[in-house]
Structures are given as structure tokens and as C-alpha cells.
Design a protein around this ligand. Sequence first.
Ligand code: FE2
Length: 376
Amino acid sequence: MRALVFNRTSEITNAPQLTRNRARCCLNGVGIQSSSVTPKFYSLSRIQEFAPPRDVESVSAATLTSEDFRRNFIDKFRPCRIVGALEHWPAMRLWKSDEYLIGRVGKEKEVAVSTSPLFESPNEEQLKHNLGSYLKMSFGDFMERASAPGSGHTVLYSHRVSEPNGYETKFANAHPLAPRHVEPDLRELFPDVDGFPFLADARPSLRYPAYRAFVFRNAFTDWHFHPMDDALMCQVDGAKEVLLTPPDEKSHALLSGLTKEYGGTFTKDVASRFAGAEIYRAVVNPGDALYIPVYWWHAVEALEDRRGITIAATFRTPMAISGDLRYPAARELVKSLFATSETGIAGALTKLRAGGVVAGAVTLSHLHRARQALKR
Ligand SMILES: [Fe+2]
């Protein structure tokens, strides 16, 4: 894996700022308004009517040191938008061209394209329905579709750009935390991405590949959180809007309740349920990266009807955070490992260690006590 270290030589420039002129709509027809922008199937702006968001803190990559990033954001478990984080990547210049991308990846390479909003659900039937909306097609056909106005939701979702990591290879689809299906890769694009000057001391991610690509038109990803690893949502092309909520009891109850009730929330008029919720918002422009810590719930929507590209870069969460059972998502993770371990508590311990949730120094007796505590 490429080290997440880079000595930048290029200058940071200001990424273009978008004027927000949004349509409001959702699939059941509630709240539809006219707009000069193509209406979206769902809009995060309705939620903002009920829960006015705070801005995610912004920092400049030009002045952000690794020490400051770790001390002020990673260790404090706080998201931030890092302006100009990937201005030095060759991808910023090269991926504007469809011809370049097709030449690099290959016109005939098969990819899996999602044609409906993405969601993760505890309900297997809903999840099957979601996965069933994938179309296999050639990369050339996908690019043609993604470049055409009016194509609707067209997303080449989570295609690995870097090599598979050890955890992914070891557990594959047999593990409840592993990706539910193995996507085709886009490893041909790896030479065009680079590291981050403010992440000199990052450790490799555990669950996710170091770099994954999302090539999209009109993308919407419903509320979810990452059960492992910290993420940098890197906008190479096109802008996205992200709403986030802290992984506390109140937010977790609201969002895990909604996903259990509905699966994907994008077809439901659920905005009023967010009244009083603590919401943070960021618009991530080309060249910027959004730091999304583990367990933070978030929903993501493309801001414009055009082809865009996101790279998700991931790195390891500090164990002091991933293993902190005060967070409901951490408790669910530990419970799921207990529940699915065929070899009892010893097997769960192996998985918890492999997942970076507990240190090697944690013993079976620690885990017995944790299991008793979780039962209460
Ligand atoms: Fe995510």
C-alpha cells in the first residue's frame, strides 16, 4: 500500500465555491419545488428545515500539520473539512477528461453500476433489493451514461483503487463486518492518487482498502456509519453535500431506528423526525477532503447533475476510540462479534483483535466481564 505521506510541492489554490440553488423533493412527492437545478430524488435540505445544521469546521491543508490534525480532530473524534487536501494529486488534472479515464481503465473493463440510492440496512430483504439494482456494464458504457444529462442515479460504487488489505483478504464475505459483495476494482487509477501531508503518521486501515473510487452522477448515499476505520472523503471532481450526526445515544437511536424501520430512508418523508437532532453540514468542493471519523452517521448527496469522482481514503482509528463502549456503535460491533463467533468467546476475541477493537493485551477474562456488562 502506498504510504499516506507526501511532500507537497504544488501550491494550494482555492477550490471553486458553489452557489447553492437546490431542488427539494423526495420520491413520495412530498416537498417538491421547482428549481433551475435538475430535481433530485431526495434532498438533504428538507432535514435542514427541521434541524438547522452547524458547519463542519474547515481547515486549510496548506497549514495543517500531522500533529495538529491528530490532536485537534482524530483524537477529539471530530470531523473537519480540509480545503485543498488533494490539490497536488495528478488525478485533479487528469480525471477531468473522460477520454483519459477510458484510456487508463479500458473501454471494455466490466464494472458494477448502482442505479438507485445506496443504503445499508439490517434487513436482509431490503439489502438484497439494494444490491439487485446493480448493473454490470463496460466502463466505456458507464462513462457514456454518466456523462449524459438526465441519466438519473448512476454510480460506480466503491471500486477498489489500491490493493486489498489483509483483513479484507482474510475474512472476505464470511465475516459480518466484511464487504457484502466484492466489487470490481479500478486499480489502473492508482498512479494518479497520492497521500496527504497532514497524515504522515497514519496506520493502514483494517476493514476498507486504503483507496476506493466512486464515479457518479446524481449520487445519494443514505444514512450510515463506518464500523471500522477513519475516512477522508476526497472530491476529485464534482461537489457533494454531507450531513453528519455525532455517534451519541440520541443520534444513534434516531438513525438506527429509521434504518430498521425503513431500510433506506430516501423514499420516506422522514425529515420531521430530525427535529432537535444535532446535525453538522459540509459542502465538499473539488480538491477538498472531509474527515469522517468512525461511528459518525452521515448521508451524502451530489450537488450537481454532472459526472463526478470521489476517492474514499481510509486509515486506522485509534483504539481508544474504536474500543470505547460508551459509543452505541462500538457496543453493537462487539455484540455482533459475540453473536456470530462460532468458537465462542475465544473466537470473538480473535476477531476483536483482528478488527483493532481491542488490544492484544485484552484477555478472555476482560471479555467475559464485557459480555456480562453488555447483557445488562
Ligand atoms: Fe460513508
